[in-house]
Design a protein around this ligand. Structure first.
Ligand code: AHR
Length: 505
């Protein structure tokens, strides 16, 4: 048994935990939309063809804002294809995923689905193969109440009230050579600034996200952010971060320490943004939209797309990763990192939601179920309220090949001063023995334990599958107790946990 000592105090807040931190991402990719959220022939389908069982799980997951419709998909997308009478919508090649897009589900249908899911729409415009005018057109179609050709077209298409989309992404991963219309930081920065200015001329109240690097491992990382922000600083509110992690060659220690990389990534982007602000003498701060994050086994066969000239399937099985208990532990630690940077991470989108590197899986004509990663997301999204609190951690360390020497325990807390509710989120990266954790919570006043959740499996590679849909879940932490302002809890190796507390006096 090892030991760890944690201290937190309501007087040391990091920043408000904004609901948009618990966002998601739906891309037209594989079986995400078709045979995922939408399956008209399914026994659970509603009058619009949306699966009720999937909607119920999405609501349970607690996803605030959902980024749409891509991803790489958006860089070849003509938004006009996806509105208007369905039987007149064209079938198109989706070059990003070598698939056929039928456009059966488009902006109007997706917005209806979001209303049912209780989530907000975040739209991405195509700055890969299209430009400023098409982006402004989409904004006019979406947000202008009435009185022009495009707003009238929306009304004629059945939607009287504007969609009133608040947050817009200026393209997707424009630094990536795989991206249709990929360009240099200079060229993208100019295009993004021009597009942002135009969109704001139409609707000054929208929030804009400019593309950061598609990962901290990109050769242009850092310089890309500096150049792009130099062009766009006054015109945007956020810069995007994307990060995916996987276990490489059995190096589980590095994988378990992935969130250390997320911490460094966020801090590097914040430093770069603040540098650009300082050079400009600007008091404005650019926040982060961490709009793609997850565990993704990108090298596995599940992520291979078709290549043949005559093979452009509709809704192929792509990126259908099956997540294990250890994946969920890492996933939970990524959420800890996002909350621990709540002062600058204004918004985040789990990539993705259904079937495609997703917490929710479905089978056509069959059931829908929760992957292991579902649990840390739904629990954190439900319990994290108020302000994020810094947690001081004293814990043993582990040497990792990729991230250096890291503590075996990481944690963050949240506290809602109004309701007196608090929560502590913990990860134990140690692999060999349990850790006895003591958490000094006296800085929260008199509190009691309300609920506890442990995600751990004696087989770290256990997962939930079609055949065994509830193999991995969470269980209460039976030994958790508070005595004299100290919370005591024991975590097994490779574990994620959440503890909810409430003020008693
Ligand atoms: O989420 C899958 C893909 O990952 C997205 O389409 C792209 O933006 C990223 O590279």
């Amino acid at each position: 048994m090892t030991t760890a000592r944690l201290t937190l105090d309501a007087r040391f807040p990091i920043g408000a935990v904004r609901r948009r931190l618990f966002g998601g991402f739906v891309e037209h990719l594989g079986r995400h939309v078709y045979d995922g959220i939408y399956e008209p022939g399914h026994p659970e389908a509603d009058e619009q063809g949306f699966r009720r069982d999937v909607l119920e799980l999405v609501r349970e997951l607690g996803v605030s804002m959902i980024r749409y419709p891509g991803g790489n998909f958006v860089s070849g997308f003509r938004w006009e294809d996806s509105v208007g009478p369905r039987d007149e919508r064209p079938r198109r090649l989706d070059l990003a995923w070598h698939s056929t897009e039928t456009n059966e589900v488009g902006l109007h249908e997706f917005s209806d689905w979001l209303d049912k899911a209780g989530s907000e729409l975040m739209l991405a415009v195509n700055l890969g193969t299209r430009g400023t005018l098409e982006a402004i057109d989409l904004l006019e179609y979406s947000n202008l109440p009435a009185g022009t050709a495009l707003s009238q077209r929306r009304i004629d298409n059945g939607r009287e009230a504007p969609f009133d989309v608040r947050v817009w992404c200026l393209g997707n991963e424009m630094d990536g050579p795989w991206q249709l219309g990929h360009r240099s930081a200079e060229d993208y920065g100019k295009l993004a600034a021009q597009t942002a200015k135009g969109m704001r001329q139409l609707d000054p109240s929208i929030e804009l996200v400019v593309c950061g690097s598609s990962g901290a491992q990109m050769p242009t990382f850092g310089e890309w952010e500096r150049v792009v922000l130099t062009h766009t600083y006054d015109d945007v509110d956020m810069i995007s971060c994307h990060a995916y992690y996987q276990e490489h060659d059995g190096d589980i220690d590095s994988f378990l320490a992935s969130s250390v990389d997320t911490d460094r990534f966020i801090e590097a982007v914040v430093a770069t943004a603040d540098h650009v602000g300082a050079v400009r003498g600007s008091a404005k701060k650019i926040d982060i939209s961490f709009d793609e994050w997850n565990v993704w086994y990108i090298d596995r066969v599940a992520s291979e797309k078709p290549t043949a000239l005559d093979d452009w399937p509709v809704a192929p099985r792509l990126l259908e990763d099956v997540y294990s208990a250890v994946d969920a532990v890492v996933f939970g630690s990524l959420m800890i990192s996002l909350i621990a940077h709540a002062n600058r991470v204004a918004s985040a989108s789990l990539a993705q939601l259904v079937n495609v590197i997703a917490p929710i899986m479905t089978e056509p004509g069959g059931p829908a179920w929760r992957q292991t990663t579902f649990f840390p997301f739904s629990i954190t999204s439900r319990l994290a309220r108020g302000e994020a609190l810094r947690v001081q951690v004293e814990a043993p360390t582990v040497d990792t090949a990729k991230h250096g020497t890291v503590p075996t325990v990481d944690a963050v807390a949240t506290h809602d001063a109004e309701t007196g509710e608090a929560a502590v989120f913990l990860v134990h990266r140690g692999r060999d023995e349990p850790v006895e954790v003591t958490i000094d919570v006296s800085g929260l006043g008199e509190v009691e334990l309300v609920e506890t959740h442990l995600l751990h499996d004696d087989d770290p590679y256990a997962s939930n599958t079609l055949e065994d849909r509830e193999r991995v879940g969470t269980s209460p932490l039976e030994d958790a107790r508070i005595a004299d302002g100290i919370l005591h809890v024991t975590l097994p190796p490779i574990a994620w946990a959440a503890l909810a507390l409430r003020r008693t006096v």
